[in-house]
Each structure stands twice: as C-alpha cells, then as structure tokens.
Design a protein around this ligand. Structure first.
Ligand code: 13P
Ligand code: SF4
Length: 323
C-alpha cells in the first residue's frame, strides 16, 4: 500500500487490530487531520470507546471521562476536538470556556444523559430536601447545574464517601448507583436511567464466558447491572480496566463494556487473548475520521452552553475535581 511515512509509522501501532486494506483507506484522513491539528493549534481528546484509527491514529489525549475532563483543563490549544459523546464535549467546554470546543457529530448522545431533565432534578430536590444530589457526568449541563456534585465511574465511590452522609441521591444511572451503594454502604436513591450498551450484559453471559473460556478474567464496567458486577473479577471505569490489563497481564480476558475498548487495549498488549462479546455504542460510533477532518476544516460543530447554566454546572464539576 502506498501512503505517507507518518501514516505507515502509525500503522505499526494498530496492525494487530486493523487490516492493511482498511488502514490504506484511513491514511489520507489521518494525514489531513494531523496537518489540520497543527494549522488550527488543535488537540483531539478521545474516549476509550473510540475506534482504533482514531484512538491510536489521531488522538492527542485518550482516557475515561474523568481523565478527559482533567486533561481538558491542562491544554493550551485554541481548539479542542472531542472524539466522544456530547456530554463529554460539554464538560470540556465547561472547564475551558475560553476555548473553542468542537464535536464532530452533534447527534452523538448518550442514553443516560437522555434519561433525565433539569426539571426532573428540581422535582427530586423538592421531594427529598437536604439529600445531596450526586450526578454522573453522563448528563447534560442543565442537569449538572441542578446538582450538588458530579462523579464519574472512576471516582463515584470516593465522591459519595466524601459527603459523609448516610443517604444520597445518585443520578441518572441506576446500576452505577446500586453498585456504589453496595461498595459504600451508603443508602442511595436512584433514577431509572441505564446505559444501552451495558444494560445488555447479564450474569448468565459471565457464567457462559467462564464455561467456554477456562481461566478467563472478567472485567465489568460499573454501568453493568449489579449481578454482572458481582460475577466479575474486577469492576472499574474504562481507564481502570485498561490499567488492570496492563498491570496484571491476564492470559485471557473479557471486558464487559463497549467493543472498541478491547481493540484499543489489545493493540497495546500483544500476547493477551481478548474474548470479545461485542456491544457497540451507536453514539460513540457516530464519530469517524472523515467527521473529525470536517470538524477541523469547517470549525463545526461548536459546543456552546447557556452562561447561566454553565456557571452552576461548572460548580458541580469543580466540586468533583476538588475531591
Ligand atoms: P468511563 O468514564 O468509565 O470512561 O465511562 C464513560 C462511558 O460512557 C461508559 O459507558
Ligand atoms: Fe452513554 Fe452507554 Fe454510550 Fe457510554 S456507552 S456514551 S454510557 S450510551
């Protein structure tokens, strides 16, 4: 295949998960995006669920929601392209109001974020006066603005424990809230929001995987139902799962989470066998190399947040980052 030297070098990182003919289709967009990043003074922040050509090919910073929020604050680039879903781009904008934040597809949503409105949160506060509201970052800025503090899957336990109260409301992920209630012993009032990717895993899936793949180590994201987490060997955020694999180097592993995650970690960990029951996030998959290229060419779609909402939403995110 003919391609630039930089595209050929990058291919070395992903050759175990992307066939050569696919990479030769990606290469022109990779080259164009790398050039556009320089001319726009832009960085690309990519979530762990982005496909390998984005994750390993063009991203400057990769990670879980917590890492992306933290790193968004550190950049001195003029433009941040968020290769992930809309709430992640909103969080980057909240933390960087002076920078231009672009999302390559405005319809990259999230079933959790869509499950609750600001009005719902106001009603819950009326119903449970004085009970702190902990809101998962997988939510709109308007919902964050009605909350006391945010959390991610990487810090939810710490955030709940930091409040030092016997009862909290945790929104909108019912399963994350139930998993954290079990870990902390804190009484948690939940909302019936679910991640459409993780809710599809069952405890029976885990048992079948163990029966079919002897010795397999099972890692589960805490958005999975509690019975799945209970059957797993380890549960943690996407970054915590990636760290686990790098640290423990299990011979055979399965990640009960979105498909691209295994591809991305497999590329970094040759020699580990990944068993891949594949649940795709349709929202994450809206982000593609051609759309990232177009975002940088046209400077669209810019993420903006109503200033009245932004100030209060940022407070909830800042409180989380301070813990
Ligand atoms: P992490 O913060 O663990 O990366 O999770 C984000 C997400 O959307 C998981 O479905
Ligand atoms: Fe939302 Fe689930 Fe997709 Fe994550 S994987 S963005 S929680 S729908």
């Amino acid at each position: 295949m003919t391609m630039s030297l930089q595209a050929a070098e990058l291919y070395e990182k992903v050759k175990s998960v992307i066939p050569p003919f696919e990479w030769s289709e990606f290469a022109p967009d990779v080259d164009a995006i790398l050039a556009l990043k320089r001319s726009r003074n832009a960085v690309i922040l990519a979530h762990n669920y982005q496909t390998p050509e984005i994750f390993h090919g063009v991203a400057d910073i990769v990670g879980d929601s917590l890492a992306l929020a933290r790193e968004a604050m550190k950049t001195d680039a003029d433009v941040i392209v968020l290769a992930g879903v809309h709430f992640m781009a909103e969080t980057a904008k909240l933390l960087n109001p002076a920078r231009t934040v672009l999302i390559p597809d405005l319809h990259a949503g999230c079933s959790l974020a869509a499950s609750i409105t600001a009005e719902d949160v106001r009603l819950l506060r009326q119903r449970w006066p004085g009970v702190p509201i902990v809101t998962y970052v997988n939510s709109s800025a308007a919902v964050k603005a009605e909350s006391d503090i945010c959390c991610t899957s990487g810090n939810a336990r710490k955030i709940v424990e930091s409040l030092g109260v016997p009862k909290v409301i945790m929104l909108p992920d019912e399963y994350l809230a139930q998993n954290i209630a079990r870990e902390t012993g804190v009484e948690i009032l939940t909302w019936a929001g679910h991640c459409e990717v993780h809710e599809r895993f069952s405890a029976d899936d885990v048992r079948q995987l163990r029966a079919g793949h002897p010795g397999i180590v099972v890692l589960a994201h805490p958005e999975c139902p509690p019975e799945v987490v209970a059957e797993a060997d380890f549960s943690g955020s996407t970054a915590a799962m990636a760290d686990y694999v790098g640290r423990e180097r299990p011979g055979r592993v399965v990640l009960m989470t979105e498909c691209s995650m295994s591809d991305n970690i497999a590329a970094l960990n040759p020699g580990i066998e990944f068993v891949r029951p594949c649940n795709l996030c349709p929202h994450m998959k809206r982000i593609t190399l051609p759309k990232i290229r177009r975002a940088l060419e046209t400077m669209q779609h810019e993420v903006t947040i109503d200033p009245g909402i932004a100030t209060r939403a940022r407070l909830a995110v800042d409180r989380m980052l301070a813990v």
